[in-house]
Design a protein around this ligand. Structure first.
Ligand SMILES: C[S@@+](CC[C@H](N)C(=O)[O-])C[C@H]1O[C@@H](n2cnc3c(N)ncnc32)[C@H](O)[C@@H]1O
Length: 238
């Protein structure tokens, strides 16, 4: 009630707007921010309203003064994992929040998609396009104790960690076309149009191999399920 909320890495704004409408309609304002100007333009055109607005911001860049201690609370879904400079990203989050502010976030951890990127980056067929892969892999993907790493980082910045846990999401896209849309929307490589279908076949085969062999996830009854291991975080500036 009466809080100002920032959604970090809001993407197209659809989730920010849904959270505002369905979960916190009584907050004062909800602001979505994203590093991508295209995302923010789209979000402003489709989801802005009297109390919902969108702005460009690089959460691991230099923080503009007018954003310091500006928000009561923050949310962030699947965005911090895109930030190689984790400490700057969480420090900026700390600086953006007012005293007693809090942040609820979901960060991807181990995902077979990232393992598949690495394999395809080595394959002659895909090498020309699958480049700079480490840039797109969660900083916690190779971690042996991501909970401890995250807790230490948040503590160093000055946050009190209230919740920190692993979860596995099994999202059933129901058919291959939907799964393809969901996965290819986050694949950052510029695959030529004529190779797009072929790329998805190779990528999804690699993902299934890693899901069963590396992560011991049971093969699902259909192959349109996406498995993602995530970190769920709730931390406060006390
Ligand atoms: C997978 S999308 C998630 C979008 C939305 N939160 C959702 O769950 O539907 C990740 C978003 O994080 C944004 N992002 C990546 N790095 C960022 C940064 N340094 N600062 C702000 N946003 C960033 C990307 O542009 C992208 O829109």
């Amino acid at each position: 009630m009466d809080s100002t909320i920032l959604d970090i890495g809001c993407g197209d704004g659809s989730l920010t707007s849904k959270i505002f409408k369905e979960l916190i309609p009584n907050c004062k304002t909800m602001t979505g921010c994203d590093i991508s100007e295209d995302m923010i333009r789209f979000a402003n055109e489709h989801y802005a309203s009297e109390r919902v607005n969108f702005t460009t911001l690089n959460i691991e860049g230099e923080l503009p003064d007018h954003l310091r201690e500006r928000f009561h609370h923050a949310t962030s879904f699947f965005a911090f994992n895109w930030c190689p400079r984790q400490e700057t990203a969480f420090q900026n989050t700390y600086d953006i929040l007012r005293d007693h502010g809090s942040c609820f976030a979901i960060v991807t951890e181990k995902v077979s998609l990232y393992d598949a990127y690495r394999t395809l980056a080595e394959a002659e067929k895909w090498k020309p396009w699958v480049i700079d892969v480490e840039r797109y892999i969660s900083p916690y993907h190779d971690s042996h104790n991501s909970l401890k790493e995250m807790e230490q980082l948040l503590g160093k910045i000055g946050f009190t960690t209230t919740k920190l846990e692993h979860k596995i999401i099994f999202h059933d896209y129901e058919n291959q076309e939907n799964l393809k849309g969901g996965i290819m929307a986050v694949v950052p490589f510029k695959i030529p149009d004529e190779l797009y279908d072929d790329f998805f076949i190779d990528l999804s085969q690699e993902m299934q191999m890693f899901d069963t062999k590396k992560y011991n996830l049971k093969k699902s009854t259909n192959d349109s399920v996406l498995n993602v291991q995530i970190l769920v975080l709730y931390f406060e500036k006390k």
